[in-house]
Write a protein of this length. Structure first.
Length: 183
């Protein structure tokens, strides 16, 4: 292990569902050991997701990599053991000889986090052919089949039967939900 003070990113395994506690534990351990100058950011990449619960729109947070966090640090004997000895952390990705994550990969993760915070993604994904129920807007109570999905704009084109004719309507992801037997 090198003793350089250059900070690099490493992937650290945590107990799944305990990423935030692992991060807090590591931050406390860094402070109590006086290693602040050898550590940078600790990143748990998340995004906001939107779901419909009992007809109500709800936004929650989803982790991109459950069971992992990214730690910016100067890897040496002391920092390695500080991370490895933290409760809720099982070790480094790569075991005893972890490899740093390329900076461009971390930049990609950080921009995905930024996008995920500003524009919630739907928790349910739709595909052409899905049978859906319209739950909001002028076509509420209509059922139809998805003909087209535009994930970027979070819109679907649904063919509904109006007055005995198949009519395509464009709706937002939050205006439809899959019929229960499909979820």
């Amino acid at each position: 292990m090198s003793d350089s003070t250059e900070l690099k990113w490493y992937v650290v395994n945590t107990y799944s569902g305990h990423e935030n506690r692992a991060k807090l534990g590591l931050e406390e351990r860094i402070k109590s050991s006086g290693l602040e100058d050898l550590f940078g950011e600790i990143l748990i990449p998340t995004e906001n997701v939107m779901e419909m619960v009992k007809g109500q729109r709800r936004t929650s947070t989803r982790k991109f990599y459950p069971g992992y966090m990214f730690v910016q640090m100067a890897l040496n004997e002391r920092t390695f053991h500080a991370v490895k000895g933290t409760p809720k952390i099982t070790g480094f990705l790569g075991g005893q000889h972890p490899s740093p994550v390329p900076e461009r990969d971390i930049t990609g993760v950080q921009s995905a986090v930024t996008t995920g915070k500003t524009k919630p993604t739907p928790k349910v994904s739709y595909v052409v052919g899905d049978n859906v129920q319209v739950i909001d807007g002028p076509f509420t109570t209509f059922s139809g089949i998805i003909e087209d999905v535009n994930s970027d704009k979070q819109k679907v084109k649904v063919v509904v039967s109006m007055f005995g004719r198949a009519t395509p309507v464009e709706l937002g992801f939050d205006q439809v939900e899959k019929h229960q037997e499909q979820q």
